[in-house]
Design a protein around this ligand. Structure first.
Ligand code: ADP
Ligand code: MG
Length: 276
């Protein structure tokens, strides 16, 4: 007999508009950002959302995390509708979101502190995750004393301390250089597919990053954002141990995703008419 399994995360028909004052006419205008987004997140999977800039990716993550309400639609997390930030969701931001007046150790402890975990236990848990992200020895450094790549690992360690059921990441590697970015991608996989095993929802506009990291890729259209397609990435597991970028399947997926994004952007007319 088939048992009914509760989905970890279900996003159903999410719509969102914002009202903005036009800079030219000074009139208020309504911008539809999300036009009815639906998808499901499989437990244990690494899923990326890719879509053109401004298509509503950050807005969607904020709605999933319960930070802002949708106009309509629903987010179900562990079988419950999300109405405020759930305690078992971890969030890693693009701009790191670290507190500059705190040390690495105290930044990593921050989420636990908010949850009222006592000092001794906080320090032990933080110690464990500082080790996992490879920052042992930097506990007492302040944020400005470490590199961007290290700061992002502090953000990851902080998100992991709360033992989240799902990790939400919004373009976390966008502000670091290309080499650091590739190293961080490999380390992220080692952690969420190896050391700690976390279901991850990752937003990016970088196709290579999405293919390298993901089991599934959700393709979002230009604004108003809609799910155009969900693609399975059939590359072998443990990708941090080899370079999947040389696999013919990688090249096929890259071409497919790029054609999609190019069409979305060109159809919107941002570059005028095609030259050819
Ligand atoms: N609080 C807000 N008020 C008004 N407009 C907003 C607000 N948040 C986002 N937007 C607009 O919604 C659109 C989508 O933004 P965002 O979700 O940040 O896109 P993405 O992350 O895909 O680049 C943009 O045009 C942005 O200006
Ligand atoms: Mg964004």
């Amino acid at each position: 007999m088939q048992t009914l399994q509760t989905q970890l995360l279900q996003v159903e028909g999410i719509r969102k508009s914002f009202t903005k004052r036009s800079s030219s006419t000074r009139k208020e205008e309504r911008i539809e950002v999300l036009g009815g987004v639906s998808f499901q997140l499989k437990s244990g999977s690494f899923t990326s959302i890719i879509g053109p800039s401004g298509c509503g990716k950050t807005t969607l993550l904020r709605i999933i995390d319960g930070l802002i309400p949708a106009d309509s639609g629903e987010v179900m997390f562990n079988g419950e509708p999300v109405t405020s930030p759930p305690s078992k969701m971890g969030f890693v931001f693009q701009g790191f979101g670290l507190l500059p007046w705190r040390t690495v150790q105290k930044n990593v402890e921050f989420g636990l502190e908010l949850r009222g975990v006592e000092e001794r236990e906080r320090a032990d848990i933080a110690h464990k995750f500082i080790q996992i992200v490879g920052l042992s020895g930097f506990e007492n450094h302040y944020v400005h004393e470490i590199s961007g790549g290290m700061q992002q690992r502090v953000g990851l360690a902080r998100a992991l301390t709360i033992d989240p059921d799902v990790l939400l990441m919004d373009e976390p590697f966008a502000s670091v250089d290309m080499q650091t970015r590739e190293i961080l991608q490999r380390q992220l996989l080692q952690i969420v597919k190896g050391a700690v095993q976390k279901t991850t929802l990752f937003v990016t506009h970088n196709i290579d990053e999405a293919i390298y990291l993901s089991d599934e890729i959700v393709l979002l259209s230009t604004r108003p954002g809609l799910v155009r397609e969900v693609i399975e990435v059939n590359l072998p597991g443990e990708r941090w141990k080899y370079d999947p970028r040389t696999d013919p399947e990688y090249a096929r997926l890259r071409h497919y995703c790029w054609s999609f994004l190019e069409k979305e952007i060109m159809d919107k007319g941002v570059f005028g008419s095609d030259i050819a």
